[in-house]
Design a protein around this ligand. Structure first.
Ligand SMILES: *Cc1c(COP(=O)(O)O)cnc(C)c1O
Length: 240
């Protein structure tokens, strides 16, 4: 569901302010990890946010948005200023047909079966779809994502599928008590990312490590994230 179309002047100003603060924090964390601010891309996660506010974020320099649900994104798309978009939410195979060609990347590929369906639909559309493999880094039952122990094997299988190009990894760590605990999950992801990249698998371009959200994007950047997905810290608390 999209929020009620309350146009709130104050909220426009908040979005602009929040983006400036977040950019500064990302830049600082990137520097601390020995990288430049440009090494980290900021995605605005726009689930439940009305197009007016998304367009305002775009006018403030956002060049990448992330949506969780196929239907919600396709419903909002006609009202959005042109902007690169990724699907970041769990995707069912029966919805693949609708989203292929509508976003530039699907970050939430969590099985060979889903990857194969995206590949098939992409070939039918005459395109290649960029994807990330989502890893269940915390081994949580409640979360989707490829199991940690079989990650390298599944990634190798996904990389062989025609019609898609594997561009890296995505993860959502468990809710943690403190900074050190969440950094350990991000660090684990970064090691997998470096390992996979070093394999130079055919037909892949492993360059994106998508991790970090409102509560932990600085920790993620300190541990090597190249793309942070930030929602509520930009737009405010979500109203479902
Ligand atoms: C909602 C969501 C985000 C952003 O969450 P915030 O805590 O609001 O920043 C990031 N990634 C995924 C996959 C999400 O579903």
């Amino acid at each position: 569901m999209t929020e009620k179309q309350l146009i709130d002047k104050e909220r426009f100003a908040d979005i602009e302010y929040n983006l400036a603060v977040i950019r500064e924090r990302i830049a600082r964390a990137a520097q601390q990890s020995g990288r430049s601010a440009e090494a980290v891309r900021l995605m605005a996660v726009t689930k439940t946010v009305a197009p007016e506010y998304i367009n305002h974020a775009i006018s403030c320099g956002i060049d990448l948005i992330g949506e969780n649900k196929v239907q919600e994104y396709l419903g909002k798309k006609p009202f959005l200023t042109e902007c690169e978009a990724h699907l970041i939410g769990h995707l069912q195979t029966n919805k693949v047909r609708q989203i292929v060609g509508e976003v530039s990347m699907i970050q939430s590929v969590d099985s060979v079966k889903l990857a194969a369906e995206i590949g098939k639909r992409s070939l039918m559309a005459g395109i290649t779809t960029d994807v990330l493999a989502e890893i269940n880094v915390g081994g949580e039952e409640s979360k989707s994502g490829i199991e940690w122990d079989s990650a390298e094997e599944i990634i190798a299988e996904i990389s062989e599928i025609k019609g898609i190009k594997l561009c890296g990894l995505m993860a959502i760590p468990p809710i943690c008590e403190n900074s050190a605990e969440v950094r350990a999950f991000f660090s684990k992801m970064n090691r997998l990312f470096v390992d996979i990249r070093a394999k130079k698998l055919d037909n892949t371009d492993i360059s994106i490590l998508s991790m970090g959200m409102s509560s932990d994007y600085e920790e993620a950047v300190l541990e090597g994230s190249t793309l942070v997905r930030v929602g509520s810290s930009i737009f405010g608390r979500r109203i479902y």
